[in-house]
Every structure is written in structure tokens, then in C-alpha cells.
Design a protein around this ligand. Structure first.
Ligand code: HEC
Length: 108
């Protein structure tokens, strides 16, 4: 009788462990990330992740339209900023735009 109870407890214990393990399974591949894209290609001109002016202007709290920003990323500006339409597809540019829109004007 005692043996049966011990076995039952062990079974419940194992069941709990496998439930926990299933819940901790990773959620799958990371999607594209505008912040990473920005940091690797834009950050050395648009300082502090776009929050400060560097070689290029500050982008946080920009009053430009989405359309203007997308066009600027795609086509750049001669003598000032390179064009990125060959580097990034529309989806990636949309992620970067989302990142810029999410910047807070005051980092403090
Ligand atoms: C080589 C430096 C450089 C890099 C790299 C660069 N930019 Fe620029 N960017 C500039 C300069 C300089 C300007 C200002 C151009 C002008 O005179 O209007 C600018 C302007 C802009 C503007 C328009 C801002 C405004 O209000 O007029 C946006 C938006 C922008 N950049 C986004 C980006 C993004 C996003 C990236 C990365 C994909 C990037 N830039 C990479 C130098 C750079």
C-alpha cells in the first residue's frame, strides 16, 4: 500500500516537472528589430540611437511625415546621407520607422 502511494507521488512529481519544462520552451525566432537595424547602420550619424544630433540630425520627436522619413531612408540625401533602399526591404524600413517613432524626446 505504501509503495503504491509513493509511486503515485513520484508520477505527480514528474508530471509537474514536464509541465514546467514545456512552459519554458523558447517562443521561436526573433523577428526583425528596428532598434538593432538602426544601431548598426544609422547610429554612427544619428547619435544616441537617434535621440541626439550627430553627423545627422536628431530624429526623436521628428515632425516629418512617415512618408518623408521612409523616402529619406530609401533615397538618402546627396552629400549627406547614404541611400538604403538596396540595403533594407520595405518591411525592414517600416521597422526602423517604428523604432524612430517610439523614441522619447527626452531620454532622462
Ligand atoms: C553618413 C551619415 C548618415 C547615416 C549612416 C545615416 N544618416 Fe540619416 N541623415 C544624415 C544627415 C547628414 C542628414 C541631414 C540631411 C539634410 O541635410 O537634410 C540625415 C537625415 C535623416 C533624416 C531626415 C531628418 C529630418 O528631419 O530632416 C532621417 C529620417 C534619417 N536621416 C534617417 C536615417 C536612418 C533611418 C538611417 C539608417 C538607415 C540613417 N539616417 C543613416 C546622415 C546619415
Amino acid at each position: 500500500m505504501i509503495r503504491m502511494i509513493v509511486t503515485a507521488c513520484a508520477a505527480v512529481f514528474l508530471l509537474n516537472i514536464s509541465t514546467v519544462a514545456a512552459q519554458q520552451a523558447p517562443a521561436g525566432g526573433e523577428p526583425l528589430d528596428g532598434e538593432t537595424l538602426f544601431a548598426t547602420t544609422c547610429g554612427w550619424c544619428h547619435a544616441d540611437g537617434g535621440r541626439e544630433a550627430g553627423k545627422g540630425p536628431k530624429l526623436a520627436a521628428s515632425e516629418r511625415t512617415d512618408e518623408f522619413i521612409v523616402q529619406r531612408i530609401k533615397h538618402g540625401k546627396e552629400g549627406a546621407m547614404p541611400a538604403f533602399q538596396g540595403t533594407y526591404n520595405d518591411e525592414q524600413i517600416a521597422e526602423i520607422l517604428k523604432y524612430i517613432r517610439g523614441l522619447k524626446d527626452d531620454p532622462g
